[in-house]
Structures are given as structure tokens and as C-alpha cells.
Design a protein around this ligand. Sequence first.
Ligand code: PLP
Length: 393
Amino acid sequence: MAVPSDSTHRPGRRHTSRTAPVVPPIYQTTTFELDDQSYADIQGTGGLHETWYSRFSNPTVSAAADEIARLEVATHGLMTASGMAAIATTLVTLLRAGDTVVASRQVYGDTGDLFERDLPGLGIDVVRVDAFDIDGWRDAIARHRPRVVYGETLSNPQLRVMDIGAVAAAAHEVGATVVVDNTFATPYCTRPLDLGADVVVESATKFLAGHSDVVAGAIGTRDRDLHEEIQRRIITFGGSLDPHAAFLVWRGLRTFRIRLAEAVGVATALADDLAAMDDVVAVIHPSRSDHPDAAVVPAVLTGAPGAMLTFVVAGGDERALRLVRHLEVAVEATSLGGVETLASLPFNSSHFNMTDDERLEAGILPGMVRLAIGLEGHDLLLEDLARAVKATA
Ligand SMILES: *Cc1c(COP(=O)(O)O)cnc(C)c1O
């Protein structure tokens, strides 16, 4: 007896409806039916502009990429399998052995590993400067004439602000390409491309997707040639995003603006609440006049001051750890940008591999707590924090 075939019909075209879906379908398919036009495109452009194999492009992935590009006022958007894939693919596209990159000292840990370990291993020189030191940026850029200049809008966890416009102006004088990681600030707070950056990279895992349920990355630019160069590397290095993950990103983006409005508002209010509490010895939030980069905040954070909030409790890291364990609303976890407020401590997470002295030198103070504000509302979070500060006095 013949084994019955699992699927005798061909989906795809036959299932195309006359009416359009409101939500993009999840094109959970690796491949697409080809026709003469497809072959012409594949032969003419290397397949960059045809939907024919999902490592090259996929309509669900493109839907998410286009939406993030719109938010970042980019003309071209790409998605990757993670934020690190976005960053690494962009850097390796732009840099060759013998090139120099001038990069911020205050970058995400794994990005720091790229600069300290992986790029030097490929014969690329890396010069580090402090994100907030505009004279340092100008000196390093003029002296080393780098191919690439790289920084983050807001640093972790001190939330230092990079003067993107001033750095980009210096970089463009020597023909460098400016890449900015806008993950902490998000396009709700600022659009780096509007300030002069050439490429914006983001961990879409965080505020863009917004629900702590998907790992993804995004790249935006207004330079079509550069966009295609990066797209080619996503294809050859293989860091393409899966369509199902892209759908979750797209779905999260539907509420991006109102999530960020809420979280930024609450972060701003809590910053002042915390500053007024006994035993809170410092509060870092770009909305506050005592922020060390307050002078450049209006020029950089043109939209809003951000939903990340850092504070320092008296009693050092031992108390900070007890405090976080007393929280009942905020969750003790790494990452950021989800609907739930997350609390983390630099000393045992992002900066665990430093000595106490190195942390001090880097401005990571004992007792520092990082909050990524979610959507629980101001009153509940204030009560939670106030209770935890009191309980650990
Ligand atoms: C999380 C993060 C990354 C890395 O993103 P993944 O999606 O985890 O790969 C890069 N930069 C910043 C600032 C981040 O917070």
C-alpha cells in the first residue's frame, strides 16, 4: 500500500486571500516559489531584492525591519538574530585589517569584548575614549583618523550621554562612519540618524519588542549602498532573524510609543521620589538637573529622558543585594525594556568581572542599583522601592 503523502496541495498562492490581513502573516517558510522575474533579480542583484529564501529576506522580517526603520527615521532597515549580530555584522562590514575604530569606553559588555578581543584579532586597532568626553573624542578622531566611530546614546549603568551630534561632526571631518547603539534610549528618546550618525544599531530584544520574550537586533541607515553591504554580511555570516521572532518584534512595536511614554514618565517621577528618600545617596536619570551630562541632554535626548534609572543606596553592594531581594513588584533579573520592571546590580551582573577598584574607577559605585522601568504604574513601584529601602535600613 502506498504511504499517503502528508500534503498533496501546494499552499502559498492558492491560499492567498483577496482581502488583506490587518496583521502581517508569519511567513514560516524557508523558500518561495520562483518565476522568471525571480531569476532575473537573482542574477542581476545577487538576490538582495527578491523574496526567494528566508536567510536573504522574508516578508514578516521585512515588516518588523520597516517599522523600526520608520521609528529611527532610517530609509533602510534590517533585522538580525540578536542585537550582537546587528553590532558585529555592522562593524565587520565597515572595518578591514589595518583600520582603526574609535569607540566609547562605556559600552555593553559583549560589545566591549568585540573591541578588546575580536576586532584586534582581525588586525583592527581600537582606541577607547569616555562616552561623555567630547574633547577626548575630538582628539582621538583627529589623531587616529578612524574608519569607524562607535558609541552608545546612554551608557550602562551610569546613563552617561554621548553628544552624538558633536562626535559625528568630528568623525565626518576625517571621513569616518558613525555607528550608534540606541538600545537604552530608543527612538522614543532620540533618533541618532537625525543627529548625524550614519548607522543606528539596536538590541530589539529590549524596548522595541518590549515583552522579554524574543531576542532580535535591528540596523538602520539612510545610505543605500551601506545598507546593501551590511545586508550581504547578514546573508553570508548567517545572522538573519527567524520570521516567528520577527512577528513578536512587530507585535511589540504596535505599543512602542505608549509603552515608552508610560515607562519614561514613571522613571522620571521615581527619580525624584528616590532622591528624596533617606539612605538613597545618588540618583542618576537624564531628567535631573544634577545629571553629570545635563548640559548636553537637551541636544541629544530630544524626545524624552529615558526609562532606565540608576540609584545608589547607602550600605554598599551587600545592602543593594538585600534591597533587590525585598522587591515584590520589580523582578531581580538582567536585561531591560520589558513590560515588567527589572532590577539588577552591576557588581554581580554587567560588571562582575571587575575588581572593586576597577569598578570604582569606572564610576560603578558600591550600592548601585539599575532599574529598567516597566508598566506596573508609578504608585506600585514607588511603594515597592520605599518598602525595600526601609526594610534594609
Ligand atoms: C542587550 C544589549 C545589546 C545586545 O543585544 P542582544 O539582543 O542581547 O544581542 C547590545 N547593546 C546594548 C546597549 C544592550 O543593552
